[in-house]
Design a protein around this ligand. Structure first.
Ligand code: ADP
Length: 162
């Protein structure tokens, strides 16, 4: 049985992430979507909220579980007996960034492989940052997230404007 993790900040989980997670779930017996609890960025949603939003988007995919994690991704994977990390690639900038992480990871955990999936053309320009920027300005994000996440974004930015 091959288990893989798909780590990220997922602030929030969007359709580009959904596409990668669904495709990875078709390749491995079990996929853990692992939500990093303390990324070095300002977060819009708490860890619990990010887990809930990802869980709602993925609720129909049977072999996916969503959990939070902290610390180094490879160390967490090692502790849980997982040998595959899944990452999505949008463009050569992602490839360049990811290859540096991959090399550092290999030094720390040579038995772990990272599997890259090229994102679908529909989401090649999509990032959580762009998504949040458009949502904060009351733009339409319905083609990028589930209706549930769209509502969560609307509420969060409404709270911030109060
Ligand atoms: P990070 O892990 O760098 O904080 P994210 O949480 O946004 O960034 O992304 C998690 C994973 O999803 C990464 O592998 C990233 O490349 C991938 N990803 C981000 N945006 C997209 C997208 N639009 N399409 C496909 N994959 C994406």
């Amino acid at each position: 049985m091959t288990r893989a993790i798909y780590p990220g900040s997922f602030d929030p989980f969007h359709n580009g992430h959904l596409d990668i997670a669904r495709r990875a779930a078709g390749l491995f017996d079990e996929l853990l979507v692992t939500v990093f609890d303390a990324p070095a960025k300002q977060l819009l949603f708490s860890t619990d909220e990010r887990i809930e939003l990802a869980g709602e988007a993925l609720e129909d995919v049977k072999n996916i579980t969503i959990v939070s994690y902290s610390g180094l991704t490879v160390k967490w994977a090692q502790r849980h007996g997982i040998r595959v990390i899944v990452r999505g690639l949008r463009n050569v900038d992602d490839l360049s960034f990811e290859s540096r992480i991959d090399m550092a990871n290999r030094l720390m955990a040579p038995q772990i492989e990272t599997c890259y999936l090229l994102c679908s053309t529909d989401y090649v320009y999509l990032s959580s940052t762009i998504l949040k920027e458009v949502a904060s300005l009351d733009g339409d994000v319905s083609h990028w997230v589930t209706p549930h996440t769209e509502e969560a974004l609307r509420q969060r930015f409404a709270e911030r404007k109060q």
